[in-house]
Design a protein around this ligand. Structure first.
Ligand code: NDP
Length: 451
């Protein structure tokens, strides 16, 4: 079939961060593009992930701000919290963003099919309505979904998907997992007044982060009243007559809770897409296997974002989508998205942010490392009477002095890290940081004052 015989130059399955970026950029390069989305335009990040989560983090943090405000002279004793108001305002903003994402596609003349799509032939896609279309290229950007371990009664548990729609804040919640979502939602629910327990199968939280920061988060979380059970698994979850749940954890007595939430990782959405119809290679975690340019083993089928299980972060999916569209439709030199030295953050209370290697990783990889540190109580916490210390760590190559990692746990750590990450990515040294004058008084000045 010649190119002009296809209905579209590109058919994208999945209108999340990666799929939307790829589609609109391909269209801007002159391609005729269609996209199918079975749920809502915007994908996990916009609809039930990063964006509404961050709004809840802001909402939750007022609990501390209101307490802290008192030492700054404010009276806040009668302050009350209305979950339904916050929930509905967040959901309203999600609707607004979904509209904005849809407008972006339509303004670029991308045809949006609001239904499920399946690959039914080499260049053919069949929509749930039965309509069949053809495309020169197919992009799979279907993301990932929560992975729930096999536990008796796990169907009674919620995941982060449902957490944004609750009718009330649970008085008692158990969260399974010790990663990003577990720690972020533990912080959120705890600030809203829930009694929260994190149940982790191992003995480590947030495995990919530097040990000193993980320890600090644990210590502060315990101080705030979050409970942790390590090396613990679920035996069963049973509903009770009054709409709650009886939970049995290993080595623990049965307990009645309002909600159980699983935050135990996410798995790629590859089932039922017809990938086997055309022989697309699937990896052992169910992910689509791609080359550095996001191409599958089939020349005209590409995949970007969480469905490829490379790095499950929105900005990476966006970069992969952009690189694909620029190379395939923009005539640009193909670019392999750089998956190294990616800054990241956990929006816990307080947040953690990091870029580059942890101290442990650097020691293993480089042998000789030099570590600088600043362990301080932010000025605002001092006056507020909040006994919470922040920690910054800088890990340098012992031979060259080049910074190979920066790690922070502090209020606004993610905001500071975005700027610091530029310096690390650019290969600057500790001396370069030392040569920069501090902005006083800030928390960020500790970046240039570490010893
Ligand atoms: P994570 O990978 O962060 O953490 C998963 C946790 O669940 C780990 O503690 C893991 O334990 C545990 N776990 C995994 N499998 C099982 C199992 N079968 N039984 C019991 N426990 C299990 O996943 P999340 O679900 O928190 O988040 C998914 C991804 O979404 C993240 O990896 C991240 O890429 C992204 N995300 C990013 C955010 C951000 O940028 N701020 C926020 C939220 C999500 P163990 O350590 O033993 O493997």
């Amino acid at each position: 079939m010649a190119a002009e015989e296809y209905d579209y130059d590109l058919f994208t399955i999945g209108a999340g961060s990666g799929g939307v970026r790829a589609s609109r950029v391909a269209a801007a390069h002159g391609a005729k593009v269609a996209i199918a989305e079975e749920f809502r335009v915007g994908g996990t990040c916009v609809i039930r992930g990063c964006v509404p989560k961050k709004m809840l983090v802001y909402g939750a943090h007022f609990a501390e701000d209101l307490k802290d405000a008192q030492n700054f002279g404010w009276s806040t004793e009668n302050a009350t919290f209305d979950w339904i108001k916050l929930r509905d305002n967040v959901l309203k903003d999600v609707d607004r963003l979904e509209g904005a994402y849809t407008d972006t596609l339509e303004n670029h003349d991308v045809i949006v099919f609001r239904e499920r799509a399946e690959i039914t032939g080499a260049h053919q896609v069949t929509l749930a309505s039965g309509k069949t279309v053809t495309a020169k290229y197919i992009l799979v950007a279907t993301g990932a979904r929560p992975q729930i371990p096999e536990v008796k009664g796990s169907e009674h548990a919620i995941t982060s998907n449902e957490a944004f729609h609750l009718d009330k804040v649970p008085e008692r919640i158990i969260i399974a997992g010790g990663g990003y979502i577990a720690n972020e939602f533990a912080g959120i629910f705890n600030e809203f007044g829930s009694k929260v327990t994190i149940v982790n199968r191992g003995d480590q939280l947030l495995r990919s982060y530097d040990e000193a920061l993980r320890d600090r988060l644990l210590q502060i979380s315990l101080m705030k009243g979050i409970e942790f059970k390590f090396n613990t698994v679920f035996e069963y979850i049973e509903p009770t007559d009054d709409g709650r749940f009886k939970v049995k954890l290993s080595d623990c007595d049965e307990e009645i809770v309002d909600k159980v939430m699983f935050a135990t990782g996410r798995m790629p959405n590859t089932e039922g897409l017809g990938l086997d119809n055309v022989g697309v290679e699937i990896g052992d975690k169910g992910q689509i296997v791609v080359d550095p340019y996001s191409k599958t083993n089939i020349d005209h089928i590409y995949a970007v974002g969480d469905v490829t299980d490379r790095v499950q972060l929105t900005p990476i999916a966006i970069r992969e989508g952009q690189a694909f569209a620029d190379a395939v439709f923009g005539g640009m030199e193909p670019v392999a998205v750089d998956h190294s030295c990616i800054p990241s953050a956990v929006f816990s209370h307080p947040p953690i942010a990091a870029v580059g290697m942890t101290e442990g990783e650097a020691k293993n990889k480089l042998g000789s490392v030099k570590v600088y540190q600043s362990d301080f109580r932010p000025m605002k916490n001092v006056l507020a009477g909040r006994n919470e210390r922040s920690l910054f760590k800088m890990v340098c190559d012992g031979e060259t002095g080049k910074i190979v990692g920066i790690h922070m746990i502090a209020p606004e750590a993610a905001e500071m890290m975005q700027a610091a990450a530029i310096a690390v990515k650019a290969g600057l040294t500790k001396e370069d940081f030392d040569a920069t004058t501090a902005i006083h008084p800030t928390m960020a000045e500790e970046l240039v004052l570490m010893r």
